[in-house]
Ligand binder design. Sequence first.
Ligand code: 13P
Length: 251
Amino acid sequence: MRKNIVAGNWKMNKNLQEGVALATALNEALKDKKVNCDVIIGTPFIHLASVVNVVDKNKIGVAAQNCADKVSGAYTGEVSAEMVASTGAGYVILGHSERRAYYHETAEILKEKVLLALANGLTPIFCIGEVLAEREANKHFDVVKSQIETSLFDLTAEDFGKIVLAYEPVWAIGTGKTATAAQAQEMHAFIRRTLAAKYGQEVADNTSILYGGSANASNAKELFSNPDVDGGLIGGASLGVDKFMPIIEAF
Ligand code: 13P
């Protein structure tokens, strides 16, 4: 059955020392705790190797926030999936709306990134979600379906089974305006139906679908209590142990 997951996305926050300190503190907070979800932290590239070194890998998974769409070579400034995997990180966040909007990552580019992540043994946490205008035009289901189809539906069922999805309505990210539990459940159930139609009910039932967008200690319990919401991808509230732990403990 699918896993419950609480994943932090630090985005471009924390220098190396601050990041290592946060990971160390989270590791400490989880040390003697039994929690009912997998915990992942998504750090900037340069933090990965150091963070992997200070966390108990049985308690905390480590994710990159991106990887290149090329294997290797003359791509100045890029970081390959193989490099990410070589740090000991096990996950990579792909298709975040900030990457799509600010760095023009297209469905085709993301398709390549997903394949390279999988080829290097990384679990992609693949983000999808509509902007406000699309929701207001009642196009949010079509948009999300198309994001999934165009980047992921060429995968075999076996490979698709390795993907974690994160529904992040863009209008909820960093705005303090969370989707209601009902809006999240409605979309997550739609996503699961979409997966079932393509890969069958078993694959759909085994796929973890996380919610992201202004999730925090006060709304996590309600969001996570929905049958199709399997956890959260947490931005701002993952930047401090005091804010992140209660979300982990919401399960
Ligand atoms: P916030 O939790 O800060 O809204 O960010 C959500 C997000 O984009 C996680 O990837």
